[in-house]
Structures are given as C-alpha cells and as structure tokens.
Write a protein that binds this ligand. Structure first.
Ligand SMILES: [Zn+2]
Length: 246
C-alpha cells in the first residue's frame, strides 16, 4: 500500500505541470496552479492540490502550524495520527533538519504510517507529546470518548492538540448504532460510507465531556476572501480547528 501511495504521488507530481498557473497556491508544497482539483465522494470544487493532494483542511492546518505555533523553529515532540501524505513528508524533513523536533506518525493500518497505533489505546506514555495532530479521524473511531481521553493522556501539561472533523452544520451529532446501518445507509446519512458519526456543533461538548479544555477556531476567518480562494481553504465545515490544551 505504501509503495502504491508513493507511486500515486510520483505520478501526480509528474502530471502537476499540466495544471501550472498562478491563480492558486498550495502552502503545503509551494506549488502554484490554475486551480485546485475537485475531490470527494460528493465532489468539492477547489479541494485537492494537483501536486501533493493536500486538501482544504490540510492547507489550513499547515498555515496554522507555521503562523500560530512557530513551525519550523520549534522544540518538542509531536504525534501525528492518520498522517496526511504531504504533512508527514514536511514534518519528517523538519525533524531531520531540526534535532530539537521529534516526530511520530501513527495509524491503525501499519501500511499508512511509520508506527501502528489504535487511538483508543495509544502505545505511548502519559504526558509524552507537546503536540498531537488528529484531523478527520474521530468520526471513524468506534469509542470516540476513549480516543479523546487518550489524546488528553498523552499530551504534556501545556501541550496542544489540534483536532479537526467533518461537520454537518447542524447542532447535534448524528450517530446511529453501527449494527443498525449498512455502508449504503452511512453514505446517505453521513456522506461517507466509513464514517461512524457525523459531527454537529456539539463536537466541542463531546471533547469537553472527555475532560479536555478546548477552543474552537475558525482559522480561515483570519484570511481575506481572496486569500481563502488563493490557498483553497474550503467552506469551514471541514476546517474548524478544535485546539485542546494538555
Ligand atoms: Zn500541494
């Protein structure tokens, strides 16, 4: 799988020149293009970078790390769960250049990251990480409350977790018992067949219920409409950053 992913990205970077232009710019890979590409089961326009496949949320998260958390001039240890290809690549490069920065990336599927980990039982000591990145994972984890407690457990005091999820825009999270729905039902209800829930605005209360201090940040609002278009920062439904404090 890892080889297949790598080949896919090599193929993409070879074809990226076809999309060259100066209308949009990917903060993750630095490429400039005519447009970002449509992406998703329900196609979203201006979504995927033609070169690195970053999505709206990936680009916003990278901008947040750089502009708000001081990357790349930082010291500490990061855990990156279900790592996005381009962020993993950039953060591995940073760890090589900056000995003060230690980078761990993990996924339930060992083919998709350097370490294997179940978010509901993380194989790391208490208070071990200065940062935890967990983007668009919590909608897929069976025991979400346990996963949130695990993130809180491995964060150092003063550490920062950045959690993102797919939101419906409704007040309440939609969650039907797993055994009561088929993948086709989930596609219809949640928009994706492998989601176990579709978060509403109460995602913040679900995080708080796990004992975490959290602030919801619509970071794309820090950018002008022109900049939002240039960097392809989405509509806000998938890009809200929930910043938790260890
Ligand atoms: Zn890119």
């Amino acid at each position: 799988m890892r080889t297949r992913l790598r080949l896919h990205h090599i193929k993409l970077s070879l074809t990226a020149w076809q999309h060259r232009g100066d209308n949009v710019e990917c903060p993750c890979c630095g490429g400039q293009f005519k447009a970002f590409l449509p992406f998703g089961r329900q196609l979203r326009p201006d979504a995927a970078c033609p070169a690195c496949l970053s999505l709206e949320r990936t680009r916003l998260l990278w901008l947040y790390l750089q502009r708000e958390l001081g990357f790349p001039d930082i010291a500490g240890r990061m855990l990156h769960l279900a790592p996005e290809y381009i962020l993993r690549k950039q953060l591995l490069k940073l760890a090589k250049q900056n000995p003060q920065f230690q980078y761990h990336n993990a996924d339930l599927d060992p083919q998709l990251a350097d370490e294997q980990a179940d978010l509901q039982a993380l194989p790391y000591p208490d208070q071990h990480f200065d940062w935890v990145l967990c983007s668009h994972v919590l909608g897929h984890v069976p025991d979400e409350a346990q996963a949130l407690r695990e993130i809180g457990r491995v964060l150092k005091p003063g550490g920062i977790g950045l959690l993102l999820t797919v939101r419906s825009g409704s007040a309440h999270t939609l969650e039907v018992p797993e055994q009561a729905v088929t993948p086709a039902d989930k596609q219809r209800l949640y928009g994706e067949p492998d989601l176990l829930r579709l978060h509403g605005d109460d995602f913040i209360q679900r995080i708080q219920a796990a004992g975490l201090q959290v602030t919801a940040i619509d970071y794309r609002d820090q950018f002008t409409p022109t900049q939002q278009k240039k960097y392809g920062l989405g509509t806000g439904l998938r890009e809200r950053i929930y910043r938790v404090e260890g």
